[in-house]
Design a protein around this ligand. Structure first.
Ligand code: SAH
Ligand code: SF4
Length: 408
């Protein structure tokens, strides 16, 4: 694993693609919705099913973003579709590429209704044998976790399923992760394998407070006739919205990560205030009931290491006790400080002791070799601002994204 990152090199300005403010997008619709949209546009009823299949293939297997490229669709129909709809990508305001392959994009999405355009960041981290994309579900967040920078920003709006998927599609475009436009039909992934092999819903926002759109996007991302990402390689991180955790298990079926961060209700009430509504017992009951858990399919518990707040050995003991019986991974995240926060990251030694205790109890500890005291996390820190991905941010992203490594 490369320890150095050099972002001083190339920072290409990606070509801006016209945003799709005026026409509805066909990206992010369920098959039924897509069929209805086509019928509405005048596609004859008996053709709808076939057209849906064709569009699905072009959009999600081939990754095209222009009707003109849909070769097996007649010119007339393409003209009709492009008059009514769009399949264009969002505008890429900025793209940063590190020498080791880490990428960060700033995307701009057009206004919805009377709102203003919004900007969000998406990050890609390549590693040995896998590549993880960190995706946002909302601009801002309604929740106010006291250690989280996003928690200080108001919710601007939910992202639509189109915008959630656009992060994946555009990242794959830029990484050359779709089959070459000229490859014969049938070759659906680049020869060297997928660049985006895993996705984590760990960017901005609480995905379970945008349930319907997140569900649609993740079901499309995992659809076997399209993007085909295994549900075991998709991880949804939540602060613990209990009713929607049950629904996630029943209706989406992706891997779950829980932002636990505290093992006592009084402390969790302060760190993750949604705990007052859904306290630890209810949260852990929902985790126990999550369908399909096994040693190979475990829930990730994220635990941010805050100095003198939640980092004692007593906390570690209680953590192990609480999780007993739940197939679990524990992801210790060094706190990533931000301007104005009162919290500090735990001492490295403390983190190691905590990790050792957890290891001894049988949990593989994801803390990697120390890289200095300021190894800091960054997911949950992505913001609408063009700034360079600092080395510390990048190291921290790696620590965070361990949660997204359901399967190698
Ligand atoms: N809202 C969801 C997902 C986004 S946050 C959730 O809370 O789970 C992704 C992860 O980053 C969460 O575990 C969150 O608690 C953590 N996080 C937020 N701010 C952080 C910070 N300053 N340092 C380290 N981790 C942080
Ligand atoms: Fe929202 Fe997650 Fe941050 Fe809490 S940790 S404020 S739920 S983004």
């Amino acid at each position: 694993m490369a320890l150095t990152i050099d972002l001083t090199g190339d920072r290409p300005r990606a070509p801006a693609i016209a945003p799709s403010a005026d026409k509805p997008s066909l990206v992010g619709l369920t098959r039924e919705e897509l069929g209805a949209a086509l019928a509405d546009a005048g596609v004859p009823e008996r053709q709808v099913k076939m057209r849906v299949q064709q569009l699905w293939h072009w959009l999600y297997v081939r990754g095209v973003s222009d009707f003109a490229e849909m070769r097996n669709i007649s010119k007339e129909l393409r003209a009709l579709l492009s008059e009514r709809f769009t399949v264009a990508r969002p505008e890429i305001v900025e793209e940063q590429v590190s020498n080791d392959g880490t990428r960060k994009w700033l995307f701009r999405f057009p206004p919805r209704g009377a709102g203003r355009p919004v900007e969000i960041e998406t990050v890609y981290i390549p590693e040995e044998g896998r590549g993880t994309l960190c995706i946002s579900s909302q601009v801002g967040c309604t929740l106010t976790c006291s250690f989280c920078h996003t928690g200080t920003q108001k919710l601007v709006r939910n992202l639509t399923s189109e915008e959630i998927l656009a992060q994946l599609l555009t990242a794959r475009d830029r990484l050359g992760d779709f089959p070459d436009r000229d490859t014969p039909d049938g070759a659906i992934v680049p020869a060297e394998g997928r660049k985006v092999s895993n996705i984590v819903m760990m960017g901005m926002g609480e995905p379970l407070y945008n349930f319907e759109e997140v569900k649609k996007a993740l079901l499309i991302a995992s659809d076997g006739d399209g993007l085909s990402l295994s549900k075991r390689r998709i991880t949804l991180s939540t602060s613990g919205i209990v009713p929607e955790i049950y629904r996630t298990g029943e209706e989406i079926g992706v891997m779950l990560a829980i932002s636990l961060h505290a093992v006592r209700d009084d402390l969790r009430d302060m760190l993750v205030p949604i705990n007052k509504k859904y306290p630890l017992k209810e949260l852990l009951d929902a985790c126990r009931a999550y369908p399909g858990l096994s040693n190979a399919r475990r829930i990730t518990f994220e635990y941010v290491m805050l100095r003198d707040v939640n980092d004692s050995i007593e906390d570690a003991k209680e953590l192990v006790r609480l999780l007993r019986g739940i197939p679990a991974k524990i992801n210790l995240i060094p706190f990533n400080p931000w301007p104005g926060t009162n919290y500090q990251c735990s001492e490295w030694e403390t983190i190691e002791k905590f990790a050792d205790y957890i290891n001894a109890a049988g949990y593989a500890s994801p803390i990697r070799t120390p890289r200095g005291r300021d190894i800091l996390a960054a997911c949950g820190q992505l913001k609408s601002q063009s700034e360079r991905l600092r080395k510390t941010e990048r190291l921290a992203l790696e620590a965070m994204m361990i949660a997204g490594h359901g399967e190698a």
